[in-house]
Design a protein around this ligand. Sequence first.
Ligand SMILES: Cc1ncc(COP(=O)(O)O)c(C=O)c1O
Length: 405
Amino acid sequence: MSRFTNVDLGPPIEVFALTRAFTEDSFAQKVNLGVGAYRTDQGKPWVLPVVRDVEKILAADETRNKEYLPVLGMELFSNAATSMLLGHDSPAVLEKRAFGVQCLSGTGALRVGAEFLARQLGHEIFYYSSPSWENHNLVFTNAGFKEARQYRYWCGKTRGLDIEGFLQDLRDAPQNSVIILHACAHNPTGCDPTQDQWKQIADVIEEKHLFPFFDSAYQGFASGDLEKDSWAVRYFISRGFELFCAQSFAKNFGLYNERVGNLTVVLNDLSCQVAVKSQFTLLVRGMYSNPPLHGASIVAYVLNDPKLFEQWKDHICTMSSRIIDMRKALRTALEKINTPGDWSHITTQIGMFSYTGLNEQQSNHMVKKHHIYMLKSGRISMCGVTPSNVEYVAQAINETLTNVA
Ligand SMILES: Cc1ncc(COP(=O)(O)O)c(C=O)c1O
């Protein structure tokens, strides 16, 4: 008899289970389109050269030590991250109304921000898009929110944004609901609102006194342009919103397992800042005490050195262009063999993921018959597509759509 006898078996986390199954699969042509991590044309993970260079510099620096960081992290990092998101000339930055909290990657930033909203401000309801990155629900629920609701986002019929449904769900949201918004490169659909649609979204959020919580996991990685990928956040700031934004450096710096993130907090009244920071300090102290140094040092080093910064911007262009090229190649390959359906969405979607439109049975068939690992929602990571497997992937999609309803 054990005190743990009655612990229920939790469901597996789909994306990690897929990677494991992929690793164990001995089929030569297997393809992993599950995990959201960059791959080279050869299908290999890529440590950015600028990251390698800075790691060598840091390793050789005998003055560096292993002392604790402050509870809210390294300011050199969090200030640089906040400025990268909002722009150096942002009114919130210039007026010092914005500050950053170094967190454990994007997920950690979401969690710290969500706990603050639930505990300090008593917010109870959060909204996330339907569909969304599957972890939003778990993170916000575990952070103390009482009710999870979804807003309409994706229209399967048009394979585009359901803007009317989205706006209506926001209009119907109770005051003070927290609205999670993907800053760019929506995961999993790859479909973002246009600038005009963002304006309409901001109007309703303002009118209904909702709280915007941006999730920025792909700045620079989506289009290769840091400003373009942060347009929505900057637009909300220009309208005077107070907001939170969780930033991840997993994808744009390739620092997945270093867990480098930042929670940008923008307040309208500077006089609140000391109290707000003190409560963040207690929250983090009680959660993990203080964050790790290594990954944040790399990012701070690069963002604060003009030459390395330019080198990094080249790297994000390399990554985003490879993905855009693979989108074109996949669409061409699908159309060349007359795959049933319209494939224009493959090239109109943006970012790491593509929502193929394959249903659950079809996605399972891709895994079982073709050894192409993808989520059951039909989401594929474009990073896993390479010049040498794109024809194989297209043939498999074609066979699946022809034979599986
Ligand atoms: C939309 C979105 N938010 C947040 C994250 C957080 O990632 P991480 O915690 O690795 O930074 C991801 C990663 O896939 C994501 O796609």
